[in-house]
Design a protein around this ligand. Structure first.
Ligand SMILES: NC(=O)c1ccc[n+]([C@@H]2O[C@H](COP(=O)([O-])OP(=O)(O)OC[C@H]3O[C@@H](n4cnc5c(N)ncnc54)[C@H](OP(=O)(O)O)[C@@H]3O)[C@@H](O)[C@H]2O)c1
Length: 274
């Protein structure tokens, strides 16, 4: 980050996961700031339907390292908010689906389940995370990764249940790949996501759970906080980290808790991380 200053906007921000809930919000924040963005999409036609010509869209799949290289041309910053579901769903892209016995085996045997899937958290967050780090330009100025709280508490409830199919193992592997690289990084660890777009297959999505913009923001270092995190605030936090020298090589938790102040001062919140 030595070659940048807040007055110099990023050359090009690559967003991986822009078609997802948090990703859509990150993309709109970046576009509202008139920053040059490129969307890495598995389905460029879907991305074009969502974003029209507001962003450069390029095909790439985290599982295929060679597909990521063309996307890296001219990129100065990467924001990754990709993921699969914690528990097996259609997003895991199972190779066969019709037999009910097959479903029983999947839900009762996590190793079998993972072996039958093409887009499990292992593939997206662990292997895909490593691929994205390996493909990143050596002179990248910042890699912002959305991970999850609980990655260091996998043996404690409720995280031990959440991790039954390995989602926290995979998230931690993605974090480790980034931290072991020489790339300047910022890692965000949210709790259960609340507020739309409701892209998860969970209770919060079913209930369309909202903060109604009333909750404050609590940040922490390490992995101690628990609770829910507004997708809106998570996206705003990720964008506030962009090109913020204070946030280089930081890992922080973010929760939506307590009364909301009149305005959110990200610099002050980030200062509290020490
Ligand atoms: N849901 C929660 O409660 C929760 C809690 C803590 C942390 N998180 C994390 O927060 C982040 C954002 O969550 P979200 O609910 O907004 O996510 P989401 O809506 O599920 O979006 C996931 C994104 O990842 C992309 N993706 C999946 N597999 C990919 C692959 N193989 N290659 C390239 N892109 C791929 C999807 O693209 P397609 O459109 O092509 O599928 C989509 O854009 C994720 O990292 C998630 O793990 C979630």
């Amino acid at each position: 980050m030595t070659q940048t200053s807040p007055s110099q906007p990023p050359k090009l921000v690559l967003v991986a996961g822009a078609t997802g809930g948090v990703g859509q919000l990150i993309l709109s924040e970046l576009l509202a700031k008139k920053l040059p963005v490129r969307v890495l999409a598995r389905d460029p036609a879907q991305a074009r339907r969502m974003f029209a010509d507001r962003a450069d869209i390029i095909w790439g799949d985290l599982r295929d390292r060679s597909s990521l290289e063309p996307a890296m041309m001219g990129v100065s910053h990467i924001m990754a908010c990709t993921g699969s579901t914690a528990f097996p769903t259609a997003r895991w892209q199972f190779r066969s689906a019709s037999d009910p016995w097959e479903w029983i085996k999947r839900y009762t045997n996590p190793s079998y389940c993972k072996a039958q899937a093409d887009n499990s958290p292992d593939q997206v967050d662990a292997i895909g995370g490593q691929n994205l780090v390996d493909a990143a330009p050596a002179d990248l100025q910042q890699f912002i990764l959305v991970s999850a709280c609980g990655v260091e508490r996998k043996d404690q409830l409720p995280f031990s249940i959440l991790n039954l199919f390995g989602v926290l193992d995979a998230k931690l592997a993605g974090e480790t790949a980034l931290r072991n690289s020489s790339l300047p990084y910022t890692i965000l660890r949210p709790g259960r996501l609340i507020d739309g777009p409701y892209t998860s297959y969970d209770l919060n999505s079913l209930m369309q759970a909202k903060t109604e913009g009333k909750l404050g923001i609590v940040l922490g270092t390490g992995d101690r906080l628990s609770g829910e995190t507004s997708r809106v605030d998570l996206a705003a936090a990720a964008v506030a980290c962009l090109q913020n020298p204070q946030m280089i090589n930081k890992v922080f938790e973010i929760m939506s808790k307590g009364p909301r102040p009149e305005s959110i001062n990200w610099d002050k919140l980030f200062d509290s991380l020490g």
